[in-house]
Design a protein around this ligand. Structure first.
Ligand code: ZN
Length: 329
């Protein structure tokens, strides 16, 4: 085996074979269609979870092996098309398991297969990891809070196949023909990987839930982030940043795109809460270990919610709005 081949991750050759096969005359032309038509419903038969699974594989290949930038561009086109024209208010992304025409979003027609919801989660998590842009975390928050967690029966023993806002949720705990029963738990396991993470500058907070994240900075320093909040029912968020040793690094906090007015303070000192182009406020400073419960390395983030209304094709007797980031119907 030649040297440059030996350096490639195992499995990359089969990936390259598959990518080439996509563009053969009898192939689905996934990348080329997304680069030209820029519409997911024009790719193959528009099967949502299959297409998103292919795109997730392409992004994994691009991230780990590298290669043609057009792979990423095709995926970004798909993301933009889905967000702009083919996404329900809850973050569900299909009915009858397919992507359909622009704004064709009926509320009762086998809406929101959970496999699609999970592959949409994976897709946004991949793009977030690749780009570090908060717009993908905004979508993750939306679909987790409004569609995904509601797809699981409250006692955790079953999942809905289709989960639409009208009618009874068809929970099932039998694997017989129920693909979504295997997808749902994989989506739950994925949430901690993007809720709080690290990058070259420090730590990144994407989702705001009460709890503690234990992370490791790039230089190996352990740091914990303890979040106290009732978000999203209350916009106040308090986070204790606690490295094991004093360390200079950035804590990046996502300011949701819907947030009109955010305020931010570190140890009681108000800071400018204007996000950078990537959607985050980066708090670069030397963080010291917490030594007393009311002492140092504390900051809180609060924002005001605003009601937004998203137009969809509504049934005559329904109204729907979004009390960001929650959907009400
Ligand atoms: Zn399924």
């Amino acid at each position: 085996m030649v040297g440059d081949q030996a350096a490639q991750p195992s499995g990359s050759y089969s990936c390259q074979y598959i990518l080439r096969a996509w563009e053969q005359p009898n192939g689905p032309h996934i990348v080329s269609t997304l680069l030209t038509a820029k519409r997911v419903n024009k790719v193959g038969n528009g099967k949502a979870y299959e297409m998103l699974s292919c795109l997730n594989g392409a992004l994994e290949y691009y991230r780990t092996v590298g290669g043609d930038r057009q792979l990423l561009d095709a995926c970004l086109n798909a993301w933009q098309d889905i967000v702009a024209k083919r996404l329900y208010l809850t973050g569900a992304a299909s009915y009858g398991e397919l992507f359909h025409d622009d704004y064709d979003l009926p509320n009762v027609a086998n809406v929101g297969e959970t496999c699609v919801t999970v592959t949409w989660l994976q897709f946004n998590a991949q793009l977030l990891r690749l780009t570090g842009e908060a717009r993908f975390a905004d979508q993750l928050e939306k679909v987790v809070l409004n569609q995904f967690l509601g797809a699981q029966r409250p006692d955790g023993t079953a999942w809905g196949y289709y989960v639409q806002m009208e009618g009874k949720k068809p929970y099932s705990d039998s694997l017989d023909g129920h693909c979504c029963l295997s997808s749902g738990p994989r989506g739950v396991a994925l949430i901690p990987t993007f809720a709080a993470s690290t990058d070259a500058d420090g730590v990144v907070l994407n989702l705001y839930y009460a709890g503690t994240a234990r992370l490791t900075l790039c230089d190996g320093t352990p740091v914990s982030l303890t979040t106290e909040t009732r978000y999203p029912s209350d916009g106040r968020i308090r986070i204790v940043v606690n490295p094991t040793v004093p360390k200079t690094f950035a804590v990046k906090v996502r300011i949701p795109a819907w947030c009109r007015s955010a305020s931010l303070a570190v140890n009681g000192n108000q800071l400018v809460a204007k996000p950078a182009a990537d959607g985050y406020v980066a708090l670069q400073r030397t963080w010291t270990a917490v030594i007393r419960s009311n002492s140092i390395s504390r900051w809180s983030l609060a924002w005001l919610s605003a009601i937004t209304t998203i137009r969809e094709r509504l049934r005559s007797n329904t109204a729907r709005s979004s009390f960001v980031p929650m959907s009400l119907s």
